[in-house]
Write a protein that binds this ligand. Structure first.
Ligand code: ATP
Ligand code: MG
Length: 455
């Protein structure tokens, strides 16, 4: 397809799953429209997104870059198809047909194709009915381009024509990512490390309509600034699909050293993981996240056996989503590559788990025993968890970069920075915009969110 400036004045957006949500359908459509506006905000040009009788349209008011716009829309969950359209004024059939035939000729310079016309006449005042229009237009196309042939069962080209307040014509459907619009299922806290798995699991849950916040457990000086930068880079890659992610960077060193000091080394990872989950859940509750998300996959390592997961789960009251639980590493890597995270994930920076790892970790931890050994931490652990929470540095990451909105404690004075920014208007939590019946919510996660119909 030509990278045409205003060759297509608009796009018809197809969405599948959200189309079948019954009474709540409009909530999902609203969420989708909103996510599309946020995505288009990043593109050069002026666009309006609107709904009309079960369809969503993008109108392009100025020149735009076709690849940039379709790429942006191909990152909006909920969209299954993007149809670049030609808009024609409603007019008598003779002249209408000429325009459609000319448009078709421009779309397919090589005419050796089979085709079928699919006419939808929503404007019932139009003097010909759909069947007549199908036949007439099919005939006109054959006459203009004799190398074409009709195939009503499996045409290579479906010439879609919709007669509404204008006439819309499209023959191409670019695939969308599918899924549900981000924010329509609420918000969850992703435990994001620098590996392959957690960015993939964040992507997968966002595809099911979750907006993401993230927590990263950092262990300076055992882990470096570059390890943190790697996590920020991964969040930025995921943010291309989810919109801005609020990343909580937690200093975990003190807790890790304390566990190392007091607990059996073969249980280090499990106990450490239990504290990560506890702290992530505390932050999740504070930030109105309804679940935790991890990149665990059954049996991948000692801390991801069924027994180990039982021990990790035992400290959580929120649901824990583990979308990769039944995936092979190969399958996870494929998704990681697809979303563009793999090259970053395999950069060799250390993670706190790889530094404090036991030679022979337990694979079948027993919950009672783990709990008993955790009592060795009773003296100081509550205080340490509190302090860890105070180190929370919040970094807002979007696809273009990151900025710190809450600095951690000043290392010289020991004072907590009080300069936490408010989320910009329009970047409210989805939970706060939940509908009265609580069935769905709409995320407005960009400071640049459009106020009304237009971007
Ligand atoms: P990943 O590729 O996501 O690092 P992994 O296979 O290395 O996963 P583990 O290190 O066992 O797995 O961690 C399991 C899960 O625990 C991760 O997917 C992530 O959700 C969470 N996790 C592990 N380490 C951290 C960390 N430093 N900060 C935040 N979450 C973490
Ligand atoms: Mg890891």
């Amino acid at each position: 397809m030509e990278n045409g400036i205003m060759k297509y004045q608009s796009f018809l957006i197809k969405y599948a799953e959200i189309g079948v949500k019954g009474k709540n359908r409009y909530l999902f459509e609203d969420a989708l429209v909103q996510q599309m506006r946020i995505a288009l905000k990043k593109c050069a040009g002026s666009f309006a997104v609107h709904r009309s009788s079960g369809r969503i349209f993008v109108e392009c008011h100025e020149d735009y870059d076709f690849d940039e716009v379709t790429d942006a829309l191909q990152h909006v969950f909920g969209i299954v198809g993007i149809c670049p359209m030609k808009e024609i004024e409603v007019q008598p059939y003779e002249s209408l047909s000429k325009e459609i035939v000319a448009f078709f000729g421009g779309e397919y310079p090589d005419r050796h194709h089979t085709f079928k016309v699919h006419m939808r006449r929503l404007d019932k005042t139009y003097p010909m009915n759909s069947q007549q229009l199908n036949e007439e237009l099919g005939g006109d196309l054959l006459e203009a381009y004799p190398d074409l042939s009709v195939d009503v069962h499996e045409p290579e080209i479906l010439v879609n024509v919709e007669i509404r307040e204008k006439v819309y014509v499209y023959t191409h459907i670019l695939p969308g990512p599918g899924g549900l619009p981000v924010g329509s299922a609420g918000k969850a806290m992703l435990l994001l490390s620098g590996g392959i798995d957690s960015p993939v699991s964040g992507y997968m849950m966002a595809k099911r309509g979750l907006k993401l916040d993230a927590t990263y457990f950092n262990a300076p000086p055992y882990t470096s600034e570059r390890a943190l930068q790697k996590v920020i880079d991964l969040a930025s890659i995921v943010a291309k699909w989810t919109g801005p992610i609020w990343l909580h960077n937690i200093n975990f060193t003190e807790i890790q050293l304390y566990i190392y000091d007091k607990c059996p080394h073969d249980e280090l990872t499990i106990i450490m993981r239990r504290y990560m989950m506890r702290i992530a859940e505390l932050i999740a509750r504070r930030t109105e996240c309804g679940a935790l998300i991890t990149g665990e996959s059954l049996g991948q390592v000692a801390s991801q056996t069924m027994r180990s997961l039982e021990c990790t789960n035992a400290v959580c009251t929120l649901p824990v989503f583990r979308p990769l639980i039944g995936f092979d590493k190969e399958e996870i890597i494929n998704i990681s590559k697809k979303i563009g995270a793999f090259e970053t994930s395999i950069l060799p920076y250390e993670d706190c788990c790889t530094i404090f790892v036991a030679k022979h970790p337990v694979t079948k931890p027993v919950l009672d025993v783990i709990e008993r050994h955790e009592h060795h931490l009773d003296d100081k652990i509550d205080e340490m968890v509190k302090r860890a929470l105070e180190t929370d540095e919040i970094i807002v990451v979007d696809e273009k970069g990151s900025r710190i909105v809450k600095h951690r404690e000043d290392p010289l004075t020991g004072e907590l920075a009080k300069n936490i920014e408010q989320r910009p208007a329009g970047e409210t939590d989805p939970v706060k915009t939940e509908s009265a019946d609580g069935n769905a919510s709409v995320s407005a996660d960009s400071p640049k969110t459009a106020p009304a119909d237009e971007k």
